[in-house]
Design a binder for this molecule. Structure first.
Ligand code: ADP
Ligand code: ZN
Ligand code: ZN
Length: 746
């Protein structure tokens, strides 16, 4: 009988940990089941990854405290997927299980801090001081709250002072306090059915397929009938009816006794899609998204696990829906960047979907009007099947796109205006004709930054090397990377000059400008500032769909897959925002965004028009988006990628070393530099170290290595060796960030 087990705990460490199974629990612990274990003065829920009769290590081991599951929690295909994820993305197994198992609601957690003897001494010393620095004062206030010896909730303590979490971590490192964590099992949550307001879809019945849709559905059904892994790209122009194809594919999978999975980029922005599927498949659908409470999430998870729901619709992490025997997996808008998780495990939902389909013997359908270079390359080289929907439903024409050269506009008018004459006239005409208008500027805030005209300084975030963006409604300068906010200074903080000006514009300014120029128009703005919660975004979209708004201003949020029938004009205030980023995908992103937003016009009975303003009107991404010529864009972009050794021809990994102290960051960077010099591999190019494009982020100094190889295996091996070396040299796990297939190199 196994008396020891390996447990993956949700901490950023690459290993599993060995625990002893006490005699009374032997026989209950199973691989793939959860257990409660002690971990550094805390109790954590971990996943058992292996059983053993003899321990792997010789030191004294702690006991498993409680067994949560008597049988494996995950279906075998998901267990295999977890192992793939940990290996491919070099992700700690405990963190992989954490995203796979959204079951936090089953446990009550609390963390309390307590004064240690060293802390009591320090408190006495602070008390004796005649005056304290601001730092000492903060320390004093925290320690004083613990003076009675009674443990206090960490969350509450952290709120008592500024940067409370950081301070508590520091006191803990210095041995002044200790933090003890508890987990307690909660009673099972009652089933809470998901409510849909239901008016997104007046009709939810099946539609009569067009010829092109029918061919696509047939191709998918043939592959489904073969019962083997088959990846296909469904390339269909905006408004070509891809959703209906998805629905039929899901239907077919269910009819074959299998299950189905649909991934969408953001549910708040595409409530109509979720609702259509909920209406069509009723309670066989479970909807998973970030707006659910932990309790709703675990309810939905169990409905899927027990087989009560057989279709999962959701965002990125829904790729881990605990379905068995999946027949079809659909990834809508596969090029969308929200499929990539920005924190560990840094997985890509689309790529994970393809791997899962392989494990399930399923058909995976990647749908898009503007496929990623990767997907279209695979489709064109035969690795993926290619299904095309070349025209819009009802033979509706794609909108005509006009590019306005803002340099010429300035020459002619001698004014820098937000709207060119063409765009202002266009909005006027569209509103007069009772059409709806979308105005896109893909940048939040009012002004882009605050600039001193005398010395050229801008106001930067205190914690990140990034200028702050002015948000007028809040009256604050805000960091878009860490959220830190401050009041704008009246004078330059470098040279004291009073000639400080707001420069550049964001969606908030566009809104103000539209209000001024078209006071009679009913308008709303949709961006991350106005739509913080899912409800608010839905509400704005609903009003627009119902015709209660004439004009919608916003960031890329308004460009997503919405099926607006009344839009006759789309205006793009600046097509150049993304082009300026130091990113090899800048052209791709620009092309995709422009094509997507143009696709919102002319979806109803009336034709659409698009006006795009740019200072680089000749850029190929802008020109080809204006012609909506994906093939030409793809050819040209692919040439660059091949020439410059970028995906899809080359596998990339980004490695960032970070620390609050510059010297520590430099020291660890040098360590890795030496490693890469010694362990040279001819098949892998290592660029760097160099300061990361955002050299300081959330107080950390950052240096980066970029690894490139045409052989993924060689790249993975070198990465793994580098990580192992860093550990051996005592580099703390949190100081090394590894991003495989990065979408952003910032
Ligand atoms: P896409 O996702 O390709 O941009 P949608 O799936 O949103 O396009 O479809 C565009 C519009 O066409 C929707 O209003 C949808 O209801 C409608 N539609 C799709 N298929 C059909 C069909 N076979 N017959 C009639 N209308 C359809
Ligand atoms: Zn100045
Ligand atoms: Zn910041």
């Amino acid at each position: 009988m196994a008396a020891y087990c390996e447990v993956a705990v949700p901490v950023p460490l690459p290993d599993t940990f060995t625990y002893r199974v006490p005699p009374e629990l032997v026989g209950q612990v199973c691989v793939g089941g959860r257990v409660v274990v002690p971990f550094r003065q805390r109790k954590l829920v971990g996943m058992v990854t292996a059983l053993a009769e003899a321990p792997r290590v010789t030191r004294e081991l702690k006991d498993v405290l409680e067994v949560v599951d008597l049988e494996p929690l995950l279906p075998p295909a998901l267990e295999a997927l977890a192992r793939w994820l940990a290996e491919y993305y070099l992700a700690p197994p405990g963190e992989v299980y954490r995203v796979m198992l959204p079951l936090h609601a089953e446990f009550a957690r609390s963390e309390r801090a307590r004064l240690r003897p060293l802390g009591a001494e320090r408190l006495a010393a602070l008390q004796r001081m005649e005056s304290r620095t601001p730092g000492e004062q903060t320390e004093y206030e925290l320690l004083l709250r613990l003076a009675s010896g009674k443990p206090r909730h960490v969350a509450r303590l952290a709120r008592a002072v500024r940067d409370g979490r950081d301070w508590l971590a520091r006191l803990r490192r210095q041995g002044l306090i200790e933090v003890v964590g508890e987990v307690r099992r909660r009673a099972a949550a009652p089933a809470v059915p998901l409510l849909f307001e239901g008016d997104w879809v007046p009709q939810s019945g099946m539609l009569v397929l067009t010829g092109a849709q029918e061919r696509a559905v047939e191709e998918i059904e043939q592959r489904l009938a073969a019962g083997r892994f088959a990846p296909v790209l469904l390339e269909g122009v905006t408004g070509s009816g891809k959703t209906e194809v998805y629905s039929r594919a899901i239907q077919s999978s269910l009819e074959r006794g299998r299950t189905a999975l649909l991934l969408v980029p953001e549910i708040a922005l595409t409530p109509a899609v979720a609702e259509l599927f909920a209406a069509r498949f009723g309670d066989r659908v479970a909807v998973l998204h970030s707006g659910l409470t932990p309790r709703e999430r675990s309810t939905e998870w169990w409905r899927l696990r027990r087989g009560e729901a057989r279709v999962a619709v959701g965002t990125r992490s829904a790729v881990f829906a605990p379905l068995e025997n999946v027949g079809v997996i659909i990834v809508d808008e596969e090029q969308d960047t929200s499929y990539k998780q920005g924190e560990s495990p840094r997985y890509h939902g689309r790529d994970t979907a393809v791997v899962r389909a392989k494990l399930e013997g399923a058909v995976v359908v990647l749908g898009s009007a503007t496929p990623s270079l990767e997907a279209s390359h695979y489709a064109r080289t035969g690795k993926y099947g290619l299904l095309e929907l070349e025209s819009r439903i009802g033979g509706r024409p794609l909108a005509t796109v006009r590019v306005v050269d803002m340099r010429a506009e300035f020459q002619e008018t001698k004014k820098t205006a937000l709207f060119s004459r063409a765009l202002a006239d266009g909005i006027q005409r569209a509103l007069a004709g009772r059409g709806q208008v979308l105005v896109l500027l893909n940048r939040r805030g009012y002004a882009n930054f605050l600039l001193c005209r005398k010395c050229g300084a801008t106001v930067q975030c205190a914690d990140c090397s990034i200028s702050l963006t002015f948000h007028r409604a809040r009256g604050q300068l805000i960091c878009h990377y860490c959220g830190r906010a401050r009041v704008p200074p009246r004078a330059c903080e470098k040279c004291a000059s009073e000639h400080v000006y707001f420069v550049g514009e964001g969606a908030e300014k566009v809104e103000a400008e539209v209000r001024r120029a078209f006071p009679a128009a009913r308008l709303a703005r949709l961006d991350r500032d106005t739509a913080a919660g899912r409800r608010r975004a839905e509400q704005i979209l609903r009003q627009f769909v119902r015709g209660q708004l004439d004009l919608l201003v916003g960031t890329q949020m308004i460009a997503k897959g919405h099926d607006f029938q009344g839009v006759t004009l789309v205006g793009v205030v600046s097509a150049d925002v993304l082009l300026g980023l130091p990113d090899f995908r800048a052209a791709e992103r620009t092309f995709q965004l422009l094509t997507q937003v143009a696709g919102r016009a002319g979806r109803g009975a009336r034709p659409g028009e698009v006006i795009v303003q740019s200072y680089y009107p000749d850029h190929y991404a802008i020109q080809l988006a204006a012609r909506q010529d994906f093939d030409a864009f793809y050819e040209q972009e692919l040439r660059f990628r091949r020439l410059l050794h970028y995906p899809p021809f080359t596998a990339l990994a980004n490695m960032v070393v970070r620390d609050r102290r510059l010297e520590a960051a430099l020291r660890m960077t040098r360590l890795l530099q030496e490693f890469f010099q010694h362990v040279r591999r001819s098949s892998v190019r290592v660029l760097g170290p160099a300061p990361a494009p955002i050299a300081r982020l959330k107080k950390d100094y950052r240096f980066q290595f970029l690894l490139k190889s045409s052989q993924r295996r060689a790249l993975q091996e070198l990465l793994r060796a580098a990580v192992a070396y860093a550990r051996q040299k005592q580099v703390p796990p949190g100081a090394l960030m590894v991003d495989v297939d990065p979408l952003s190199l910032m």
